[in-house]
Write a protein that binds this ligand. Sequence first.
Ligand code: AMP
Ligand code: ZN
Length: 666
Amino acid sequence: MDIQKIIQDLRDELNQHNHNYYVLDTPTISDFEFDQKLKQLQELENQHPEFYDDNSPTQRVGGTITKNFNTVVHDYRMYSLDNSYSKEDLVDWETRIQKVLGNVPLQYTCELKYDGASISITYENGKLKRAVTRGDGFQGDDVTNNIKTIKSIPLKLKGEYPSRFDIRGEIILPFEGFEKMNQELIEIGETPYSNPRNTASGSLKLQDSSEVAKRPLECLLYFIVGNNLNIESQYEGLEAARKWGFKVPKEAKLANSIEEVFEYINHWDTHRHNLPYETDGVVIKVNNFHQQDELGYTAKSPRWAMAYKFKAEQVSTKLNSISYQVGRTGSITPVANLQPVQLAGTIVKRASLHNADQIEKLDIRIGDTVFVEKGGEIIPKIIGVDFAKRNPDSEPTLYITKCPECNSELIRTEGEANHYCPNFYGCPPQIIGRIQHFISRKAMDIEGLGGETVALLFNNGLVKDYADLYELTVEQILPLERMAQKSAENLVNGVQKSKDIPFERVLYAIGIRYVGETVAKKLAKHYKNIDALQNASLLDLILVDEIGEKIAQSVIEFFENKENVKIIERLKQFGVQLELVEKFNPNATDKLSGRTFVVSGVFEKFSRDDLKKAIEDNGGKVGSSISAKTDFVVAGDNMGPAKLEKANQLKIPIISETDFLTMIMD
Ligand code: AMP
Ligand code: ZN
């Protein structure tokens, strides 16, 4: 067999799947199958380093470290755009154009203005050669290694393309991915990022490309430059780029007159709030390349293009009061309670105030009329005060000094923006938050217990820490609101079942600050049990691969606290997994970890019970019925029609016994 061909075919196949998933949004295989194939390719590449290729899909995971990014000169300058803010501005622009071109009919390409960081990518003979930030327009930073990890950017082009060209676009972070990143930061007690745009542009200059690979960045393309492109217009260029495999938003449109441009603007002024990413305007470009050439450039920007900026939606309303929320780690967030008002299609009642500095800087007082704006963030923010309407008797806002929940004196560490409540063990939202984290899906995944029930249990004095969960009895829970015999039993059983959760997830669940899922895995693997971790010195911890000083310090502080040690001791007595279990089963792996399977039908090679055992031995979970949480249905003969329909409806992949065997074999 021709190994080189096998490798090349696998690369092509994986490139196609990346394209289907990240550019077309229509994956045709499961993530799991994708990972398997990628692993297979990686192994072949390891065995045959002679076929190494810079642009193999295996390079997407990153791993190169760049200490200093090289400055490189752009082959074609990257210009800015002129801005316009009204339709009159645009009419004036058209008049200026027609003065140069004569009174010829004009076509415009209308595109959304994506809000992120611009990038210029060079392709040579269909392969990604280098990627450079805008910089000052003449020269920028070479960020090729980081850019290659963004999966919507093709490493190899399809179809027929010019032999060399630059393509330009915007690196963005869609809202959903941004929220998810922030959720993960909040989970481990870190400060969330403030907006998608800065996070996207900061990502380009991260030193470790594998960190970039983890971020759900995308690249939206809008412009091709080069010699002998054989393209006559902007719109044609967009269509060509799409064919070569780039992500070009379908929102781009051709307008046959300035009136049609206005229609486009009007449409997106209201509909932009439904887009998955942030836009702050529209870019209008004279479509024909010859006309573009004739119009040329000013010192800063093309004369043939114009940005139209949307007005950020803003309203004014009254600030009724300020409330203060206490998070799981004790950090305090002030929230503005507003007179309800309509803004960007929703009714706004609350706005974030960030922290004490922000309140002081804007001099926000209760009773003020304030301006509220909706930008990229989900929660609107207060951007200023209408001082003309201020009541002369109003007093400056005094930030709270005591915790609103437990009355402890708040602290504020030098250099940190937020105030904290230090009463880790006595402050209700902190206690409840910690237990909620403990039971969450990625942690102990306790079935039959949800966040609200945790609050209920705490408020009724049944739990004060997560170890108390293991002593709960059905009799104790039954008297609680809306608690039936069945649900009480489920809760207790769910808690007991969590004793099987492996050590690394327990380590994540106990909520050491800065110890997220990945770090917990690393620590578990290195120390093997909680005692060894507890006894580790700061230096010892720092020496563990990828553990920095901040995490190490936090681990030390966690175990210095006697209260924590007591709770861990109790978990140990209850039989929670506090050490890595080396399973005796020689066939055991963790290949299926994090996956839930539902088994249906009759099988040839397995009895149903053996199949279920094989799933569990390989780290998977067996679900009893198909739901959104199911990852795969393993189907034998005579699979029930109801199950089949359900699986199809939820788009859950149905796999055969043989597919399953390939999953667990290597
Ligand atoms: P400005 O930064 O305000 O000068 O605006 C120019 C920038 O807008 C360009 O450098 C691009 O990064 C960005 N941009 C976003 N969307 C587009 C688009 N559809 N066409 C051209 N530029 C765009
Ligand atoms: Zn408190």
